[in-house]
Design a protein around this ligand. Sequence first.
Ligand code: ADP
Ligand code: ZN
Ligand code: MG
Length: 492
Amino acid sequence: MPAAIALSPDVLAKYQPVIGLEVHVQLLTRTKAFCGCKNEYGGEPNTHVCPTCLGLPGALPVLNRQAVEFAVLAARAIGCEIRETSIFSRKNYFYPDSPKGYQISQFDKPIAENGYLIVPDATGADKRIGITRLHMEEDAGKSIHDGFADSATRTYIDLNRCGTPLVEIVSEPDLRSADEVFEYLTKLKEILLYTAVSDCNMEEGSLRCDANVSVMLKGAKEYGTKAEVKNVNSFRYIRSAVEYEIERQIGVIEEGGRVVQESRLWNNAEGRTYSMRSKEQAHDYRYFPEPDLPPLVVGPEWQRQILADMPELPEARRARLTTEYGLSAQDAATLTTDRALGDFFQLAASRAKSPKRVAAILLSEITMRLRVGNVELSASPITLDGLVLAADLAEANEISSKQLKQLLDTCFAEGQDFAHIYARDKPQQISDTSAIEAMIDEVIAANPAQVAQFKGGKRTVSAFFVGQVMKLSRGQANPAVLNELVIKKLDA
Ligand code: ADP
Ligand code: ZN
Ligand code: MG
């Protein structure tokens, strides 16, 4: 039975929610963290395994260099300091999907600490969310509870995931609402995708988030007891889970109870969290330094090499697109949510006559057609050359916006690039002044009221005449010539 939550806004307003996030991110390395097995999602169960990731006696771990490089790149991208010498430790616990009986992780000397992300708060102002640490560790295998004839009585184990390299990113308890949680995760994912250290695919578990939630009376000096909501697999669900959890805890306190420190699971169908296991006492993981791995040293030279691959990050790119190209904040934001789109814009803008025109075509014409056809940018028929050509033709008024739309429609319908379609279907453009003048005369004669308005001082009415002539010419009148002639005729 879902707990009845009916708290008045007044009651809710007495409390301050406090949230800290622990995010696990699988790294996109070719092989696993400590062995040469393929790091690949799926596969027949227990086919990507070897003595090391199976934890067989005598097998020794060897650290994956690429995993370290991705961890350093991700850490710097979220403002962390890199610890030159970090230590791997064994985190001891028994669980069937972890055959060694311990997880190789980092404990008191993680590879990176003291980062932050900037997220918008409720008023839209920038807010700094501290990141306590980013450490490296390995993933566990998977327990399979259903799908087998005897699943009612048995659990099966697939160890393909065992030993997948992870970074865990732990935030400070600086978040104050479910919306801030959503913003933080969105920002974090954006940065991880830009640095290309992970595919961040939540359905496949490449990015997993635990939310620690507590509430306290506003103005209180000490945080309340937290409950941890585990493994919710979409940002929207995490927002709902945090919202629910905040209200549940306030309900408990309002009824005179106290919040228990525990792990809870989100049930999306019911829209509530359930207690999973009590975490009253601190776990005793008996951490100790991993004897089979030397300290990890990432010296200045290696760091320099790794950071040479740091891309321009979304925030910086956004700022530059507005200052360098004069794009609106909104357009700059849309062009940078996805790195590939931003890269594409960037390349086209550097070659086209008008970057603003490139942005306009990319945002209003191309992405719209991609969306409608459910096509990825990488599969778009419009190449870089095609976009540059389209932008330059439009900028020089050699094609009207209507003609551009028609050409792009043909490109998408036939799966052909713009240059090809333009060369083939090159639209007729009427630049002959006498032909355009004749059409203007016709429109002027048919619309005496608008002519009077123009003569009366309302000069913006000229756009009406331009539009009418365009229509008459079926979009073929050269817009530059037309604009000029309309004004001339009306002023005559
Ligand atoms: P634990 O020892 O239980 O693992 P940590 O202090 O390591 O707790 O913190 C784990 C996560 O919980 C961090 O993201 C931290 O920001 C968050 N956290 C800690 N205390 C609270 C609290 N009172 N309310 C909400 N989140 C908290
Ligand atoms: Zn292996
Ligand atoms: Mg902890």
